[in-house]
Design a protein around this ligand. Sequence first.
Ligand code: ADP
Length: 865
Amino acid sequence: MFCEAARTVSRCCELTLTTREDSTGEYDMTGIPVDNAEPYVETLLDAGFRVAIAEQVEDPGEVSGVADRRVTRVVTPGTLTEDELLDGDGHNFVACLAREGSDDRRADRYGLALLDVSTGDCYVTAVEGVGAVRDEAGRFAPAEAVVGPGVDEDLAPEAFGPDCPVTAHDPATFDRPAASQRMRAYFGSSGADLATDAEGRACGALLAYAEYARGGAVEHARDGDDADDGTGARLGYINHLTRYDPREYVLLDAVALRSLELFERRAVRGVEGAALVDVLDETASALGRRELTDWLRRPLLDTDRIEARHDAVEELVGDVRTRERLHERLADVYDLERLISRVSRGRANARDLRSLMATLDLVPEVKADLADADADPLVDLRAALDELADVRERIGNAIVEDPPVELTEGGVVAEGYSDELDGLRETERAGKAWIEDLQARERERTGIDNLRVGHNAVHGYYIEVTDANVDKVPEDYRRRQTLKNAERYYTPELKAREDEILRAEGRADDLEYRLFREVRDAVAAETERVQDVAAALASLDALVSLAEVAARYDYVRPEVGADGFDIEAGRHPVVERTQESFVPNDAGFDRGEVTVLTGPNMSGKSTYMRQVALIAILAQAGSFVPAVDARLPVVDRVFTRVGASDDIAGGQSTFMVEMTELAEILRSATADSLVLLDEVGRGTSTTDGLALARAVTEYVHDEVGATTLFATHHHELTETAADLPRARNVHFSAEQVDGEVVFDHEIQEGAGTASYGVEVASEAGVPDTVVERARELIDGDGEAASDDRPRGVDRSAAANASTDRNDSATARTDTVADRGARAADGVGDLAAVVDRLKGVDLADTTPLEALNLLAELQDQVGDAS
Ligand code: ADP
C-alpha cells in the first residue's frame, strides 16, 4: 500500500509506515505479509473498509516487459467466500435494494434481492414500504447492503438498520436492460416474469456487484487460463433464483428475531445464553445447519407444506435405526454448496474435488437408507438424490486419493488416467532408476571404490571422485565443480539423462495441471446437479435433526390450522434446556383473544409469552413442539414488544423505540397475528404508561383482533381486561416460604394480587409496621381513598382475583376506613399522598426507596390528621 492508502492502513492495522523514494518523489508505504493477510483484511473490514486485492495475472517469465497486474478481488463484508473470513458455516448474505418506478415517479415499492456469494443462494422479493424492507431484510441479517438510484443515505439505514454497512454501487447496473441481460445470463430468464420491475433490477445489480467483488472476469484468467473472453465474469454456481412472496412465510422482523432469541444469544449478566437454533440444531452437516436456520427464519404458512414436514419428522421419530444411520452418514457430508461454488469459480484444488466425490459417494447409501420411506418429503428427497455416477467416476479416475494442496507441482493426477502422463512419468522414473544404478556401474567401470553419485539444486547430478583417485577418472568425465578434497564430474550420457528427466518432469507437471483443470471444468459443468443433491441432503439433514430433537426432548407433533391456541403442558424450548427444572404450563387462547398476564418480576411472564410464540414458530417451521399436546392456529406474523431496557437503538430513547415498535404492531397486526406485549408503557410516567397500556389493550381488542398476550406490572390493567368480552386475565403468583419469596411458575386464571412489591420490602427487612401500612395503602388505592368508598368493594378485577389475601383483606378494610374517617378534614393532603403513591413505579423502586417514601408519606398523612 502506498501514499494515502498506506497511511490509512497503517493507522487501522497498527503497521509501521515507511517511506520510499524514486523518480516520482518520496512517498509513504506499508505492507502486510501476503500469506497471512486474513487477520489484516478482517481488521480493515471491521473498520468499514473494503479491500481490493491486486495480483500479477501474467507469468513474468512468459511476457516481455511489465507483467499485467489487476484487481482480482474486492473483499467486502457481504461477499466473503474465504473460509477464514466467513463466520462459521452459516449464511453470509449481501442485500440489494432497488426502488420501483422511474426517477420522476417513484413509488414506495421496492425490489429486494439477497445473495450468499459463498454458496450461490439467491433470493428476490417485492416489498411495499421501507418498514417492510427492514422486516424482510431482517430475516436474512445481511452483512452488507448494496443500493442504487432512488435509495439515498437516509433511506438505506432505515431499510437495513444502523449497523449494516451500505455500499452505493454503479447506478448503470441497476438499469433495466443491463439487469435483464444479467438475469438472462444467470437464470435463463430476463426477470420479466418477476412480479415487479424493481425485483429484476435489484437482482441484476446484485449479480453485477458479486462479479465486481470477484474482480470481474480476471478471476478466471488467474490460474493460467487464457485471457478473459468477456464471458468469464459470470459466476456459474449462481444459477437458481428463489423468488418468494413474503406472504408465504411467517413474518418475523428483526425485532421479533432478536427478542425471541431465535438466532442470537443474548448474554445475561455476562453468561452467554443459548438461542433457539442452538437447542434445535442436531444437524450433522453445514448444509443441514444452514437449511434448518432457513426454516426457522421463514416458517411456513401453508398447512399442507407444514404437515408434510411433520409427516417426515414423525416417520423419522418412529424409526430410530434409519434416523441414526442417516445422521451418521450425513456427518461425513462435506459442505457441498461451498465446494461446488469453489469448483465453479475455478478456485477448487484437488482435495476439494476429492471431498466432493467422497460426499457424492454417500448418496447411494443415503438412498438405500430411505428405501422404505413413506412420508412424501422423504420419498421426494430420495427421488431428488442424483447419484452423479459420471462425476464421481471422473474424479475418482483422475485424481489421486490424497492429493497435495499445490496444483502445479504434480502428484495430483492418478496413474492410468492419461497415457501421455503415464509415459512422461515412466521416462522420469526410468531416468531416475538409471541414475540410481549409475554409482555401482561407474565404481565397477573405474575401479574407484568411493566414487559417489549425487545431486544438488545448482549443478544437478554429478559424479564425485576424491583427489586421491582423480587419475583413474575415465576420458568421458567432464569436470563440473572443484571441491576441497574432491572433483565433481558429469558425463554426456548423465547430462542427457538428466535433461530427459527434467523435461519429462516439467511436461508432466504442466500436463497434470491441465488435466486437473479439465476435470474441474467438467465437474463445474454439472454444478446444478451437484447443487440439487446438496439441497436434498440439506433438507434431509434438517429433518433428521428435527426428529432427533423431538425424540430426545419429548416433543409432540402439533396439530396446525386450529382456531386458537390449545397447548397442554407447554415448555420453553430453550429455558427448559438451560436450567435444572422447568414447570410446564397450559395455554389456551381463542383466536383474537387478549390475555392480560400479571405477576411479580421473575415469576415467569416473559418466559411464558415467548414459549407460546416459539411453539408457534417451531410448529410452522416443521418441527415438533415441547408440549404434551398442542393444537395451534397458523400464525401470519409474530410481533413482539419486549424488554424495555435492552434495546436502545440509534440514539432514540427507550420510550421512543418502544412506541415506534408499538405503532408498527397496531398498524400491521392482523387477526391471524400473535402479538406479545411486555410492559408496554414502562418507559414513561406511570400515569401515561397505564393510560397507554389501557388504550392499547382496548384498541388491540376492538380494532386489531390479533391474539395478544400482554404482560404487565400495571395491576390496574386487569380491570380493563375484565371489562372486555374477548379479554381475560391470567397471572403468576409468588408465595412466601420461611421469609423467602418463592415462585411456582404456574399460570393461573384470574388477575392475581397487586401488592407484591411489599413482599420484597418485607423480605428486605423493612419493619413490620411499615409493611403493614404499605399493604393498607395499596389495598386502599387512590380512587377509593379519595371518595371515601369502603374498602373491599367487589370491583371487577377483584372479582376474579386469586384469593390468597382475601382473608386478611377484610381485617384491613376497617383500618383503612378508620383512617379515611380520621383523614376526613384533611382530604386535600390525603389526595396529594394518593397522587404521589400513584406516581410510584413499583417495578422500578428499590426497597430502600420504598421505605423512604413510606416514611415521608406517613409524615404527610400524620400532619393531615
Ligand atoms: P418475568 O417476565 O415475570 O419477570 P421471567 O419470565 O423473566 O419473569 O422469568 C424469570 C426466571 O424464572 C427465568 O429466568 C427462569 O429461570 C425462571 N422461569 C420462568 N418460567 C419458568 C418455568 N415455567 N419453570 C421454571 N422456571 C421458570
